[in-house]
Design a protein around this ligand. Structure first.
Ligand SMILES: *Cc1c(COP(=O)(O)O)cnc(C)c1O
Length: 377
């Protein structure tokens, strides 16, 4: 691994982002569905990787529908698309819905809201009527998350009074799955049946119906409808414990900034939670929980150095990690330790930290220099 390959020419850390893998993962998701259509969810700054480069890469790969969570995020997505020369034929939705005052801002930036209750439907319908334009919107129904989306009572009210939707263009009808990563969970089929019912009750959306995010896309064709709406899997999070087809996207490198030889029994780090009983070598790198390296990975995380697996020794500090590199005699000051990579990636660190790959990704800190490879950065 040379500096040229990694872009690791200065600084103690480097976050390498493979945009080629981002595009390949999105295509894999799209092509294995029956509908052959996929949106891309790029909320939380593209799951921590940088929404701008991700959006440009996916638009170049053929994605024409993006979702972010907040209005502000969606504005940045639209700006990134415009900067890359794309027009409003590429759609950008706001998952979190329509707050008072949002409608003119959405129109100005060419965004559409995901309408999550009847009040939002009426507000968007009123805005469309006032301006005499049937602006697009998605309608989200709740099929089991009890979070956002119309509860069944409101689905019935709208189905009995479809004129409520007449002023706008209902482009998408959607719902969100609670247990898609657990293929055996009974809620998966219940949510599917509820959503089918909602599709039958409400007017036909011009752009299509969609239910599955990343994991539910792997439950089978029943969940695919007209398009899927993945996020995490695009960035290398595996859809469930058994299906692991996603390509790793991130590689996180940290240079050894100090090496310590232990010659008599001694403890390492806060809380003295790691004890070296015999002679050991400890390498310190400049990454900690302030960089989103989760403290719950203390004592369990692994990494790679010169192709060999090494273990975290002791607790995660705010700015530092200590690894036992005794079994890598060639290790030297300045060598890069691979904290995340192809062999030990976001999914594995998440398992060791007792969380999910989503949290590992969206925690990736602002102190890392992000180096983009192989895409439209
Ligand atoms: C976050 C989100 C997605 C994407 O989910 P992943 O599990 O990351 O694929 C899709 N739809 C909604 C409504 C979401 O909030």
């Amino acid at each position: 691994m040379t500096d040229r390959e990694t872009g690791f020419s200065r600084g103690p850390t480097s976050l390498e982002i493979d945009l080629g893998a981002v595009a390949a993962n999105w295509r894999l998701l799209r092509d294995r569905t029956t509908c052959k259509r996929a949106a891309a969810v790029v909320k939380a700054d593209g799951y921590g990787l940088g929404a701008g480069p991700v959006v440009k890469t996916l638009a170049a790969a053929g994605c024409t529908l993006f979702f972010a969570a907040h209005l502000e995020e969606s504005i940045r997505v639209r700006a990134a698309l415009r900067a890359a020369g794309h027009g409003d034929d590429i759609e950008v939705g706001v998952l979190n819905g329509l707050l008072p005052g949002d409608a003119p801002v959405m129109r100005e930036h060419g965004l559409f809201p995901v309408l999550n209750d009847i009040g939002q439907i009426d507000a968007w319908g009123g805005f469309c009527a006032d301006h005499g334009v049937p602006l697009p919107a998605a309608i989200q129904t709740d099929t089991g998350m009890c979070r956002l989306g119309l509860p069944w009572q409101e689905v019935r009210v709208v189905s009995e009074d479809p004129a409520r939707l007449s002023g706008m263009e209902m482009r998408y009808l959607m719902s969100h799955m609670a247990c898609g990563d657990d293929p055996g969970h009974p809620l998966n089929r219940q949510q599917l049946e509820s959503f089918r019912e909602h599709v039958g009750l409400l007017p036909k959306p011009t752009g299509g119906a969609m239910l599955a995010a990343s994991s539910a896309s792997f439950l089978g064709p029943d969940w695919h409808f007209d398009l899927i709406r993945p996020g995490a899997a695009i960035y290398g999070v595996q859809p469930n414990a058994d299906e692991r087809p996603m390509r790793p996207v991130v590689r996180l490198l940290a240079r050894i900034i100090q090496m310590r030889d232990i010659d008599k029994p001694q403890t390492v780090g806060y809380g003295a939670s790691f004890t070296a009983e015999g002679p050991r070598r400890i390498a310190t790198v400049a990454v900690g929980y302030a960089d989103g390296y989760l403290r719950s990975a203390s004592g369990t995380a692994k990494a790679f150095l010169h192709g060999k697996q090494i273990a975290l020794a002791g607790r995660v500090s705010m700015d530092l990690l200590t690894f036992d590199v005794t079994d890598v005699p060639e290790a030297q000051l300045g060598d890069p330790i691979e904290l995340l990579g192809a062999e030990y990636g976001v999914n594995e660190l998440a398992d060791d930290a007792g969380t999910i790959g989503y949290e590992v990704l969206t925690s990736l800190g602002s102190r890392y220099r992000r180096n983009y490879h192989g895409g439209a950065s």
